[in-house]
Design a protein around this ligand. Structure first.
Ligand SMILES: Cc1cc2nc3c(=O)[nH]c(=O)nc-3n(C[C@H](O)[C@H](O)[C@H](O)COP(=O)(O)OP(=O)(O)OC[C@H]3O[C@@H](n4cnc5c(N)ncnc54)[C@H](O)[C@@H]3O)c2cc1C
Length: 389
């Protein structure tokens, strides 16, 4: 989870960072024990940037979030149920409940003042819009056709000094990239990516050889010393997708959507959990602001989207740029794509030379500071000056 995600969760739950660390997450400054390898330049030097990253598995994050939610007064968690549909009151013109099925197949209805679709896929909401005869949300997509292979590895003869190694692709010439991340136990996970017909293999020797084809040799050197734990698994990701629910004519009152149900990002950029956590903070604030008004549900989704859209737009732009660098990626290209890509490359080089640029770049990548900070005139001027020779 990126630093911005832990900061967002700390706004929702007291002491979230400490709880995650106590549960076993490795905590480091985002500029230290993190190796960032951009193609065609030196890796970023290890320098403190003043923001922490919590490095651990997804189940550890989820278990700490779960315990934090359980500790909130007034929350009851109903496990083992699948939402099968929404309940609509014609009279009140409002969603006022959900239909569920238990694991035993028992149908239930639960009344609700507000239903939040945080189901990742958002299918219940899409089906419901159809049922009401409302329009489907328009979508913006970027087709990337990424293939991932992930393994868990152990280092019997001493683990790497870094908690994370990130090897970015040499785009647009090669799509191959990889990451090695320390888990909360004594193991690491390694994920490598390719695009289109290029899929990292699931057989260990071939997997290690694939690492030799990355733009730098750090992962290959590490994997040659590593032992595979369990199996290598593959995963395919076709497209990033942003559903513009705010453009649906006459949005159903009493229903909102959040997280991946609204926008799903290419997982290679590791942004999804952070965006979902930031949206949850916005939701808390929007609901608090509406409470006590004559009609708290009126314009709730509109207000939520007004505040969440800039968060999504910032992250979409950060992710879209490297994804659209590949000529065969599908999506609307900004008119200044080539200039932006050239500036991105200059930024990486300037960050090696200058601590201030490195700090700002990592704050933006960590979703702590909006990307527009990198386009401030004084920053652009500094980056150009540093990379002029
Ligand atoms: C391979 C992969 C790697 C990723 N790596 C990262 C990463 O490193 N960092 C990062 O920040 N993000 C990562 N992401 C993205 C991240 O997983 C998502 O952005 C994030 O989980 C979205 O949270 P969410 O709560 O919206 O949805 P989800 O996490 O998908 O949660 C939805 C939940 O709703 C439940 N559900 C679905 N339908 C129903 C229903 N009908 N009734 C009841 N429950 C239902 C699901 O079972 C699930 O528990 C990755 C994604 C993938 C696919």
């Amino acid at each position: 989870m990126l630093p911005g995600g832990a900061l967002a969760l700390s706004k929702l739950f007291d002491d979230f960072s400490r709880l995650l660390r106590d549960a076993g997450a490795n905590v480091t400054d985002f500029g230290k024990r993190m190796r960032y390898e951009f193609a065609g330049q030196d890796p970023l030097p290890e320098r403190e940037v003043g923001i922490d990253i919590h490095i651990c598995t997804r189940p550890l994050v989820e278990s700490v979030v779960r315990r934090s939610v359980e500790a909130c007064e007034g929350i009851i968690i109903l496990d083992g149920r699948r939402v099968t549909g929404l309940v609509w009151s014609d009279e009140e013109r409002t969603v006022n409940g959900v239909r569920c099925a238990t694991q035993e197949g028992v149908a239930e209805i639960h009344a609700a003042d507000l239903v939040v679709d945080a189901s990742g896929r958002g299918e219940v909401t899409l089906e419901f819009l159809k049922l009401l005869g409302r329009s489907q949300p328009p979508e913006t997509t970027i087709g990337v056709d990424y293939n991932y292979a992930t393994s868990i590895v152990e280092f019997a003869d001493g683990e790497p000094d870094e908690l994370t190694i990130l090897t970015f692709p040499n785009s647009p010439d090669s799509t191959r990239s990889g990451v090695l991340v320390k888990r909360e136990d004594e193991r690491f996970f390694v994920t490598m990516c390719g695009r289109g017909a290029d899929a990292p293999p699931t057989e260990w020797a071939a997997f290690v050889e694939f690492a030799a084809t990355l733009p730098t040799d750090s992962l290959h050197r590490a994997l040659k010393r590593a032992t595979l734990h369990g199996k290598i698994t593959q995963f395919a990701f076709q497209e990033s997708r942003w559903r513009h629910f705010d453009k649906v004519d006459s949005w159903p009152r009493g229903l909102i959507a959040i997280g991946d149900a609204v926008c799903r990002f290419n997982p290679i950029h590791a942004q999804g959990m952070t965006v979902a956590a930031k949206a949850a903070v916005v939701l808390r604030d929007v609901v608090a602001a509406c409470r006590g008004s004559d009609d708290p549900l009126d314009r709730l989704m509109e207000e939520l989207m007004t505040q969440v859209n800039p968060v999504i737009a910032n992250v979409w732009e950060l992710a879209a740029l490297p994804d659209l660098a590949f000529p065969d990626a599908r999506g609307q290209r900004p008119h200044d794509l080539n200039e932006s890509l050239a500036y991105q490359s200059q930024l990486g080089k300037a960050a090696v030379l200058d601590h201030g640029v490195q700090k700002l770049l990592l704050e933006v990548i960590g979703l702590v500071t909006p990307g527009e900070a990198l386009r401030a005139p004084d920053v652009v001027e500094k980056v150009k000056r540093l990379t002029a020779t």
